[in-house]
Unconditional design. Structure first.
Length: 86
């Protein structure tokens, strides 16, 4: 098995593991890493449709991670506000 095969299989395995996560931020982080590995793998092979698809998935993961962090920050601020009010 070549190094490139190991990279491809590792990225694919990490993608599957990411989908088994119950915590959304962990799912997004693992999925982002897997997508970036698969972008590199498919670039090396010249499989442009898979490069594009994994790049789009990586962008979606980044956007969703930003939204999750913003939601978490808003929830924490609301909780602090409730604590001060009581």
């Amino acid at each position: 098995m070549s190094f490139l095969d190991v990279v491809g299989w590792s990225g694919s395995a990490l993608l599957v593991v990411s989908l088994l996560q119950s915590r959304m931020m962990r799912l997004r982080v693992l999925n982002l890493v897997a997508s970036l590995i698969l972008v590199a793998f498919n670039l090396a092979l010249g499989v442009w449709s898979m490069v594009a698809m994994n790049a789009v998935v990586a962008i979606i993961d980044l956007v969703q991670m930003i939204r999750l962090r913003a939601d978490s920050s808003r929830a924490a601020a609301a909780e602090r506000e409730r604590s001060v009010a009581s």
